[in-house]
Design a protein around this ligand. Structure first.
Ligand code: WTA
Length: 651
């Protein structure tokens, strides 16, 4: 594979402020020690973290059993994730947390609920008993298909309490996608809601479950949270209302003493083919990874109000809305609806209302807000913020700078965290009290994570050269497999380099050793023998003041191999687009070089995205090369966007 050329030249450096470093959970000295320990022995480092940050019923006998590509962590150890997230905050030195807010929830219509650790513990115990009453046993899978309501977190923790792995299916998926996932996991029970609120109106969810269950023989019972009271039809014998089952449930439920390798959850994610993979995570290693990273990277304190805007239906919600924060005894916020209801400043008003101090979101959201203008955040009091985070895709330097300037008021460190559904927790990230940041770089691997960049032969590439992002040693939060498909697990992640995990991302390291993630390798184009990250061209495009958002894909070309096609959302609307065509090509040439100049620019009002905000490049590639798009489109945010793009041929 020829080098992926690194064309970004970002020189700005932001050192941690001394005031921040002084109070950081992990200061420079701690981190130096940990890095040294982890370099000598990642196992000893992780064992130390497991002891310090997680409570065990019985200790492990062996830290790691590694029979590539199958890992077992903390072998023989016994613990319970719900105990770690709840019970231990009600005892001993932390007993005062009984009346601390565990979850601050706000519904889209403006209703809210605050669940203290004491209350959350009671609700979880009750629902665990409800599940037991429905015949759910240790090891049985439970499917959760819900809006962002507190019952979703309660149901997850109840599953964890009794050792029933959950499989959360994002509420935006279709009935068909839900059916496939229920069948693949062979779920016994489905937890859902009559609906939820989005864009100012109630939407129904339960009908999709009814439709999905038409083709599912494994499901015996459905539990329905009443959220929008739309009188959804209930099938007698199968469907039960949450509140009715909870009425008489006992609030006493001992946490199951589970093996460290007991499955905690399955989460489906898209691969390069149409059918999703059920990524399997287990108990002890996963909890150690998310609890440790959360404490160190988000610098959590008891006084903080932490808000991660991800939907719990995605891995970010699992690890950093629920498990990581609650295991640390933190206050975690959940918001039900869209960022733009009732006005485009809802998020900023939420930060001001609840005094959010740590805010974790995605670049796609940041770019959307840039387009909406600085006046919206400026109209709200964001002074409670002290730390910002980014996740999900590479953050382009301009978005990073806006985040830093307009949201962080130049005083909040930004942690750009690279990780995946498969990695369970954060892998590459700044540590806010110790690592200087540079816009666009996720900086350094977390201690105990052995990340590297390989060329196609499996040699580590020199600084500046691009290659494939890999992880050379097992880590505690790593996936344990693909549910029901060990062969696909071996081939997808471990089949390219011996005993080495292939992340599927292209990246390069600079002279300081900082990592720059350039997006999925399947998003890397080969233009006239040069490999160019789509992200780099996009970054150049969005650095132009008239561009709100851009997505770049390759189209087969007789002469250059691949021609670059850019889909651009101009700030001034698509009508202004045509005039921009030459300007933008010139701009990209100036920012990167003529090699990266798009052969074609199409202007559009919106880009097709998954509900989690990822641009669906596969669809754009089809449109760019004028093919009918095939494959799974169940994650599309808005189908009409697609049709519009097909019509928007360049003039
Ligand atoms: C991308 C989300 C650059 C990457 C947690 C990865 C990122 C994929 C970053 C996983 C980041 C995530 N910088 N790229 N900080 N974070 N990605 O499984 O391509 O939904 O492989 O997990 O998102 O997406 P997933």
């Amino acid at each position: 594979m020829p080098d992926i050329e690194s064309l970004l030249k970002e020189k700005r450096v932001f050192k941690p402020a001394p005031e921040f470093t002084r109070q950081a959970n992990w200061n420079k000295k701690t981190i130096d020690e940990y890095r040294k320990l982890a370099a000598r022995s990642p196992e000893r480092f992780w064992a130390k973290m497991a002891k310090e940050n997680v409570s065990w019923f019985s200790p492990w006998k062996k830290v790691l059993d590694w029979k590539p590509p199958f890992a077992k962590w903390f072998v023989g150890g016994k613990l319970n994730v719900a105990y770690n997230c709840l019970d231990r905050h009600l005892e001993g030195e932390h007993a005062w947390r009984r009346n601390k807010a565990a979850i601050i929830w706000e519904g889209e219509p403006g209703d809210s609920r605050v669940l203290t650790y004491g209350e959350l513990h009671r609700e979880v115990c009750k629902f665990a008993n409800v599940l037991k009453g429905l015949g759910v046993k240790k090891g049985d899978r439970v499917c959760l298909y819900m809006p962002m309501v507190p019952e979703l977190a309660i149901a997850m923790l109840a599953c964890a309490r009794i050792g029933a792995p959950h499989s959360i299916v994002f509420g935006g998926f279709s009935a068909e996608a839900l059916r496939d996932r229920i069948n693949d996991a062979e779920a016994k029970v489905v937890i859902t809601a009559d609906g939820g609120y989005r864009k100012g109106a109630g939407f129904a969810l339960k009908p999709a479950v009814d439709e999905a269950l038409d083709g599912c023989a494994c499901v015996t019972d459905v539990v329905v949270v009443e959220r929008i009271q739309n009188g959804t039809p209930m099938q007698s014998g199968r469907d039960h209302y949450w509140h009715e089952l909870m009425k008489d449930a006992s609030a006493t439920c001992a946490p199951a003493k589970l093996d460290a390798e007991h499955p905690l959850f399955i989460l489906y994610t898209s691969g390069t083919t149409g059918n999703p993979k059920g990524i399997l995570h287990t108990t002890g290693g996963y909890l150690t990874h998310v609890t440790t990273t959360f404490k160190a990277i988000f610098d959590i304190k008891d006084e903080d109000v932490y808000w991660c805007t991800a939907d719990i239906g995605w891995v970010t919600g699992h690890s950093y809305v629920v498990y990581g924060p609650l295991a640390n005894g933190a206050t975690t916020m959940m918001y039900e609806g869209v960022p733009t209801h009732p006005g485009p400043d809802r998020w900023w008003s939420l930060i001001a209302k609840w005094g959010v101090s740590i805010f974790y979101t995605a670049p796609t959201a940041i770019r959307t807000f840039i387009r909406l203008g600085d006046d919206l955040p400026k109209a709200h009091d964001l002074s409670s913020l002290r730390l910002l985070g980014s996740v999900g895709e590479p953050i382009n330097p301009e978005a990073w700078m806006w985040y830093h300037r307009v949201i962080g008021k130049k005083k909040c460190p930004i942690v750009d965290t690279w990780w995946q559904t498969e990695t369970g927790g954060i892998m590459i990230t700044p540590l806010p009290g110790a690592v200087a940041t540079t816009p666009g770089s996720a900086t350094l691997p977390f201690p105990g994570i052995d990340a590297a960049i390989y060329d196609e032969e499996g040699n580590e590439v020199p600084p500046g050269a691009g290659g494939l992002l890999v992880v050379r040693k097992p880590w505690p939060g790593m996936l344990r497999g693909i549910w029901g498909d060990p062969e696909r697990y071996k081939k997808t992640y471990w089949g390219t380099f011996k005993n080495t995990y292939l992340a599927g991302d292209g990246a390069h390291r600079d002279k300081k050793g900082y990592f720059w993630i350039m997006g999925r390798v399947d998003d890397v184009m080969n233009v006239s023998g040069h490999r160019i990250g789509t992200m780099e061209v996009e970054s150049a495009l969005v650095s132009h003041p008239n561009v709100a958002e851009a997505a770049v894909v390759g189209r087969p070309d007789d002469i250059t191999g691949t021609a670059i096609v850019a889909f651009v959302t101009p700030t001034g609307g698509t009508d202004a687009g045509a005039a921009l065509n030459q300007t933008l090509r010139g701009h990209v040439t100036k920012e990167i070089g003529a090699i990266a100049r798009p052969a074609e620019i199409r202007f559009t009002d919106a880009l097709p995205k998954t509900r989690s905000g990822k641009i669906m490049r596969r669809l754009l590639r089809d449109i760019a090369s004028d093919k009918e798009s095939t494959g799974d489109t169940s994650t599309l945010e808005d189908f009409s966007v697609l049709a519009q793009l097909r019509e928007s041929e360049e003039d």
